[in-house]
Design a protein around this ligand. Structure first.
Ligand code: CO8
Length: 258
């Protein structure tokens, strides 16, 4: 499949780098781009060779500078609800995917761009990146899941400070409050991300997928239900070849052949 606004590459076997490619508008998300993200994730999920998706932005300046402000200018309530639905669906697709997702934040990650990063499982950023939810400066609020994901990630106090102030955070501050996992010099960003991807790819693929599923689903469960889901997934892994190989490899002092 080819896309108008996405460029796909396979930098390491098992991982696809998805570059958001609208540099003239700092990679702002329009309707078509959001639909392409959803379609692309669905397509990549069908490829058994592919286990990781990495999102980044084209150019040196921006990851994604938000939803397309020009496109939203003529919206009424109906169009806004539709746009929000399409954006939320794209983000849910990433969040709930069996693929592991990493945001490689190479510059501005604002509004819908920060929401895209929040939908990913992990966020690695250039130390030059700037993040924020400036929607309230436009008389809006985040509409692609940001109010929910940020609050769950940081707790209500920090999340509301970011959402209500609309202020941008530098990468170091974002790292300090655990909004992003790691920061790197810009020239080391992609190598850092690829090295993390390689580490994940070297582990048991079913175990990795199950760990993500159980951890993500736990957010909507009580602790007791979450422990039960974990126990069932843990036990289920003993029914497959992968855990037999992993356990035997350890005992035989060799690398597992997953
Ligand atoms: N949408 C459309 N175009 C954009 C956007 C955007 N979000 N951001 C930048 N651009 C365009 C600019 O208009 C400019 O285009 P042109 O060259 O044709 O004038 C080009 O990109 C370069 O931008 P700047 O000249 O502004 O570059 P600067 O380096 O001076 O500034 C900034 C960079 C600080 C990132 C600045 O561009 C900026 O503030 N951008 C907007 C950031 C923002 O407010 N983002 C939030 C948008 S709202 C949102 O994301 C809501 C999501 C939920 C929607 C729910 C829908 C119902």
């Amino acid at each position: 499949m080819t896309y108008q606004f996405l460029t796909l590459e396979v930098p390491i076997p098992g991982a696809t780098l998805i570059t958001i490619n609208r540099p003239d508008a700092l990679n702002a998300l329009n309707l078509k781009l959001l639909q392409e993200i959803e379609a692309c994730v669905s397509e990549l999920e069908k490829d058994p060779q592919n286990r990781i998706i990495i999102f980044t932005g084209s150019g040196k300046k921006a990851f994604v500078a938000g939803a397309d402000i020009a496109a939203m200018n003529d919206f009424g309530t109906k169009e806004a609800e539709e746009f929000s639905s399409i954006g939320q669906n794209a983000m849910i697709r990433i969040d709930q995917s069996s693929l592991i997702s990493i945001a490689a934040i190479n510059g501005f990650a604002l509004g819908g761009g920060m929401e895209l990063a929040l939908a990913c499982d992990m966020r690695i950023a250039s130390n030059q990146a700037k993040l924020g939810l400036p929607e309230v400066s436009l008389g809006l609020i985040p509409g692609f899941g940001g109010t929910q994901r940020l609050t769950r990630l940081l707790g209500s106090g920090l999340a509301l400070e970011i959402i209500l102030s609309g202020e941008m955070l530098g990468a170091e501050e974002a790292h300090r409050i655990k909004l992003i996992n790691r920061i790197t010099p810009p020239e080391e960003l992609m190598d850092t991300v690829f090295s993390l991807a390689k580490s994940i790819l070297s582990r048991g693929p079913v175990a990795v997928r199950e760990a993500k599923r159980v951890a993500k689903n736990g957010k909507s469960l009580s602790s007791i239900e979450g422990y039960r889901a974990e126990k069932l997934a843990f036990a289920g892994l003993f029914g497959g070849a992968e855990s037999k190989e992993g356990l035997s490899a350890f005992l035989e002092k060799r690398k597992p052949g997953f």
